[in-house]
Design a protein around this ligand. Structure first.
Ligand code: HEM
Length: 531
């Protein structure tokens, strides 16, 4: 072979060498990126022809995501066409025009699914979670159906967490907004996940928060690797995660072991069990009950249950913390100027006073101004594209043909989404869309029953839509409404924006950028009485 090659004329040798180098480049590119999965006819945004252009566009997307989504919407989606974006978190996305929202949510899982996207995250917690839907099912059914009965627990934890984290000093002091809200949220959420004792264990809460903060950068890092390296590196990363999971495990294991024993005993003697034997109404009980009723093997059940609690924490803490921080900042700056903060404070005081600080579900339902404020901040908070799904059908999926898209063919493995950020800022869907105005929902209220913030629509996609819409949205609505009622009754707060600095890639990745500061003082009992 070598002899044959060396006898070839120089020109042919040169041509062969160029072909081999080109093939190697194409091969490396396919191993490193998913750029090729976007159909040729789809226009790329922010992807000029440059060396390592796709990887550079991915890195840039950290900083210009909003602008890119807006450009995709205005330049392509509004004209009925799809657009492609490089995204730091995973494969490129094909942003479809809003007219395809119904099509997206109506597709069976065998055509479009969010599972492959989740699995990238969940593999870090435990491989056994890949393809597992127990967490979603428990949140959708048991948690949501039992919410009314859980109001007292939510309220109790809110009162205690605020006291522990924000304190009761009537003197002004300054604390980091997000770090402190994250701890409060992690406590309230874990009260419903694993009960009172663990959610008040500081180390357990630190590990639950740490797991969430670690998984995000790990996923991005792993995504940037060439595919052959992903397997070995993922093993290494999972090994690092043991550090967080070890703490999580240490605290959870005895509780999980006991709960498995209790659930088994109750299941075996269902008829003999008295109401005194009742198991705590919390996520942990329901997840164990499901596992046992399904006949899952007992051998590694403890570890699977712990991983599911980890997964529920991953889905809930950062999302809720971001929403709470954004809404507090909006209400105390823009909402203050519009007088909406005063409305919220008055409503919070009235509702909490009338129920003597012992709210039930019906009292939460009366917190309409707070819900409007939360909904408005949620609308404006969306940064990423929404309804992200992956084409799971081995033969791909084809959009219905029309004159703009011409029946675009989406190959197996392609990721699609819609420009939620831009849809939420479209003046034709939301009058004066970029203006913060919680009162806009009161207008809806006067004309028709108020649309709850948990209800998705084609113009409000903060919790997604369809059968895969966020299963925690009913709980989070109650949790944040009640939390805000306590905050605005008991505290005076001001939010100070962070200094204008350009955050680096590492800072963005580790969520350690400069954050808003919260100036806070607790109102005295006297102030609360006389207000
Ligand atoms: C304000 C806070 C939250 C926001 C903005 C939010 C938003 C979202 C969004 C946009 C999705 C994707 C839906 C889709 O593409 O159709 C989602 C999914 C999900 N969320 Fe939330 N979420 C929040 C809080 C929570 C909480 C508190 C929990 C748990 C108690 C939770 C659990 C989940 C889970 C498990 C999924 C995956 C659903 C599935 O696989 O079908 N989320 N969330």
């Amino acid at each position: 072979m070598i002899e044959v090659l060396s006898n070839l004329p120089l020109l042919l040798k040169g041509t062969l060498a160029v072909i081999v180098v080109l093939l190697l480049l194409v091969f490396t590119n396919r191993l490193t990126t998913w750029e090729y999965i976007v159909p040729k006819e789809v226009q790329w945004i922010d992807r000029p022809p440059e060396r390592f252009g796709y990887l550079r566009a991915k890195a840039r997307s950290f900083f210009v995501m909003k602008q890119n989504v807006m450009q995709a919407y205005l330049e392509c989606n509004k004209k009925g066409r799809a657009a492609a974006l490089a995204i730091a978190f995973g494969r490129p996305q094909i942003i479809l025009p809003p007219k395809y929202i119904r099509w997206i949510i109506d597709q069976p899982e065998s055509v479009l699914s969010m599972d492959p996207i989740h699995d990238e995250f969940h593999a870090f917690v435990q491989d056994g979670l890949v393809g597992d839907h127990s967490v979603q099912e428990v949140l959708r059914k048991e948690l949501t159906h039992n919410l009314g009965r859980l109001t007292a627990d939510i309220n109790d934890e809110i009162v205690d967490a605020l006291q522990a984290v924000w304190g009761d000093s009537p003197e002004w002091r300054t604390i980091p907004l997000k770090d402190s809200t994250r701890t409060i949220i992690a406590r309230i959420t874990n009260r419903l996940f694993v009960g009172k004792e663990l959610c008040r264990n500081e180390q357990y809460i630190r590990d639950a928060v740490g797991l969430g903060l670690a998984v995000m950068p790990e996923t991005v890092f792993q995504d940037l690797l060439p595919r052959p390296l992903k397997g070995p590196v993922s093993k290494l990363v999972k090994w690092i995660n043991r550090f967080y999971m070890a703490g999580f495990n240490r605290h959870l294991l005895p509780v999980v072991q006991q709960r498995i024993r209790d659930v088994k005993r109750m299941e075996e003697q269902a008829e003999a069990a008295s109401s005194a034997d009742e198991l705590p109404s919390e996520f942990l009980t329901w997840i164990v009950q499901r596992a046992i009723r399904r006949g899952e093997p007992m051998a590694d059940m403890e570890q699977r249950v712990i991983a599911r609690v980890g997964m529920a924490n991953l889905a809930s803490i950062e999302t809720t913390t971001n929403t709470m921080s954004k809404c507090l900042a909006d209400l105390t700056t823009l909402g203050e100027a519009q007088g909406y903060r005063a409305l919220v404070t008055a409503e919070a005081r009235t509702v909490l006073r009338e129920c003597q600080q012992r709210p039930e579900k019906k009292d939460i339902d009366r917190l309409g101004c707070i819900e409007n404020a939360l909904k408005e901040s949620l609308r404006l908070a969306v940064v990423f594209p929404g309804l992200i799904r992956q084409v799971t059908s081995p033969t791909g999926a084809t959009l219905a043909a029309d004159k703009e898209t011409g029946g675009l063919r989406l190959p197996h493995g392609a990721r699609i989404s819609v420009a939620a950020y831009a849809i939420h800022r479209d003046d034709s869907l939301w009058p004066e869309a970029t203006t913060y105005n919680p009162a806009r929902y009161e207008v809806e209220h006067a004309a028709a029953p108020r649309v709850p913030m948990s209800r998705a629509s084609e113009r409000f996609l903060s919790f997604g839509m369809g059968k895969r819409a966020c299963p925690g949205r009913f709980f989070v609505t109650d949790e944040l409404k009640l939390l805000f009622a306590h905050i605005f009754t008991k505290y005076e707060i001001k939010v100070i924006p962070p200094p204008p600095t350009t955050a680096g890639l590492l800072t963005e990745l580790t969520l350690r950028g400069p954050q808003e500061q919260l100036m806070i003082r607790r109102r005295t009992e006297e102030e609360m009485e006389t207000a």
